[in-house]
Ligand binder design. Structure first.
Ligand code: SF4
Length: 261
């Protein structure tokens, strides 16, 4: 059973992702200096102009990314949204994410650990904003691997086909829908998830998935705020996965206005 303290406990350390982000900037800066060194004796005017343009764009990108990282750290530290820095924060998160994963390989850090850290940072950033949504403005996206593998009912096109036997967490999801009145989409992948987003036009999303799908879902859904809830995989990936209902409800309640809870 998951206790209240377990629900409140962060699922991963935020400083891992932020630290790797900072190292990425230093690595890219190092590359820019190297480029400068290698191209520092151009012979023609055209070469000189191209060189200045190239180095200039690298420096502008670096400054933007540095402000973005600064914005992420400040937002988490002050627990307050810094609206003007939001676009730069998004740029920093998506531009440097592949670099961070690459660095993780170099330092032999588990990729899922880095992705969990990214999800924690994202959740913390989302939680610095205040929301007061109606249930119909919120979409809960869940993976189809929650369905018991032996269940004969086809619920991916219509979750209401579930017979509520209690054999898997789909029953609990439907109970959550009844309790809060939110929209629920059971997705087999990114395409179906995007279809639900188009259909329901949510103002916010609570996404349940594994690290990999949550990271791509969060990046794909930008600028819609997403709170990510990691699924539990007692039988391995993509097979009879489970959810923590308290964590899911806590994320839903965060977005809803007080009178809807
Ligand atoms: S709760 Fe029962 S009927 Fe519904 S999807 Fe799970 S196993 Fe199938």
């Amino acid at each position: 059973m998951i206790t209240e303290s377990a629900v409140n406990k962060p699922q991963a350390k935020k400083r891992l992702f932020i630290g790797l982000l900072a190292v990425s900037v230093i690595a890219v800066l190092g590359l820019a200096i190297l480029l400068w060194y290698l191209m520092s004796h151009p012979t023609t005017v055209l070469q000189q102009v191209l060189l200045v343009l190239l180095i200039g764009s690298i420096l502008i990108t670096l400054v933007a990314v540095a402000f973005g990282i600064g914005g992420i750290v400040l937002t988490i530290w002050l627990a307050k949204t810094i609206t003007p820095l939001q676009p730069l924060m998004r740029v920093a998160m998506s531009l440097l994410f592949p670099v961070v994963i690459g660095l993780g390989h170099v330092f032999n850090i588990n990729t899922d650990k880095i992705k969990s850290s990214f999800i924690e940072v994202n959740n913390q950033l989302v939680r610095t904003k205040e929301f007061s949504l109606k249930p119909e403005q919120l979409l809960v996206l869940a993976p189809h691997c929650l369905q018991k593998s032996s269940c004969p009912h086809k619920i991916t096109t219509n979750i209401n086909n579930c017979k509520r036997c209690g054999g898997c967490p789909v029953d609990k999801l439907l109970a959550v829908r009844e309790r809060y009145g939110v929209n629920i989409g059971l997705a087999t992948g990114g395409t179906l998830a995007r279809k639900y987003v188009k259909e329901y036009r949510p103002k916010a999303i609570v996404a349940i998935a594994c690290e990999r799908d949550l990271v791509s879902g969060i990046q794909d859904s930008t600028p819609i705020p997403v709170l990510g809830v990691l699924n539990d995989r007692p039988f391995g990936p993509c097979f009879n996965t489970q959810i923590s209902v308290p964590r899911l409800e806590e994320a839903i309640r965060y977005f809803l206005s007080a009178e809807e809870i």
